[in-house]
Design a protein around this ligand. Structure first.
Ligand code: HPA
Length: 274
């Protein structure tokens, strides 16, 4: 997509939004609850934003929301785009670059993920400390120098200061959190038992179909990133007649939403003060 298309969307949003926000949030499965906490929201459907795609995934709405969270200005995507929906990577990650152009400096991401670490259980929260990318890299193609360099560093894709703060906040709130490696793949089929075992053996703790493309594009553009996963199913044992079911995944994500939302909200308040 040409630079002009990013600017068209950004200019449209800057005109429509009541204020600028330095914090962007992608409300994936698991953070829906947080979207409802945004005060005085200006809600803009994706269909009205120039060059935006439309979200078709279950459990995902399609709104861009600007408002305040605990008094802090935020812009949030209620619903994200996934590669498995058939969009090219540049459309999946389009909103992240638009966020950059409207002034976002820190991006919060969340997702539902399968637990492949054999100590993880349904309902657990995991701070993402690193990722393994098994999706096409969204930065392939001519480098967009207006956003960043050709070969962006990924040694600290997930901000260490934000991770440390989140761990402290979780402790203070008596919320148990894991910290692990997220494996991003295309989906849309869930993994076979042999595949879950494979990704566990190469160092993954949780596995899902999103997030990594957005993080790569955000880091390329110098945006700081914090991410969490809700463990919605266990990919390390398949007892009895167990099968993966998309509705059960959504239900498990919703059940964890309040806890994850509390951590995000306090973290956002802290960095707004810092
Ligand atoms: N695999 C891939 N994506 C997922 C899973 C899973 O087990 N659970 C939730 N999203």
């Amino acid at each position: 997509m040409e630079m002009k298309m990013y600017h068209e969307a950004a200019d449209f949003l800057l005109k429509r939004l009541p204020f600028k926000a330095k914090i962007g949030i992608i409300l994936g499965s698991g953070l829906g609850e947080l979207g409802n906490k945004i005060e005085d929201p200006t809600i803009i459907p994706y269909s009205e934003i120039p060059n935006f795609a439309h979200s078709t995934a279950i459990g995902h709405k399609g709104n861009f929301i600007c408002g305040k969270l605990g008094g802090v200005p935020v812009v949030a995507m209620q619903g994200r785009f996934h590669y498995y929906e058939g969009y090219p990577m540049e459309r999946v990650t389009f909103p992240v670059r638009v966020m950059k152009l409207i002034g976002v400096e820190t991006l919060f991401v969340s997702n539902a993920a399968g637990g492949i670490n054999n100590t993880y259980h349904v309902g657990d929260l995991m701070i993402i400390r690193d990722h393994i990318n098994n999706l096409p890299n969204p930065l392939i193609g001519p480098n967009m120098g207006e956003f960043g360099v050709r070969f962006p560093d990924m040694t600290r894709a997930y901000d260490r200061d934000l991770i440390a703060r989140a761990e402290r906040i979780a402790k203070e709130e008596n919320i148990e959190v894991r910290k692990g490696v997220y494996v991003g793949l295309t989906g849309p089929s869930y993994e076979t038992p042999a595949e879950y075992l494979f990704y566990q053996r190469v160092g993954g703790d949780a596995i899902g179909m999103s997030t990594v493309p957005e993080v790569l594009v955000a880091r390329h553009a110098g945006i700081r990133v914090f991410g969490m996963s809700v463990i919605t199913n266990e990919g390390w044992h398949f007892e009895g007649d167990y099968t993966n079911d998309a509705q059960e995944v959504i239900d498990a994500a919703n059940a964890a939403s309040e806890r994850m939302g509390r951590i995000f909200q306090r973290l956002i308040s802290e960095i707004a003060e810092a």
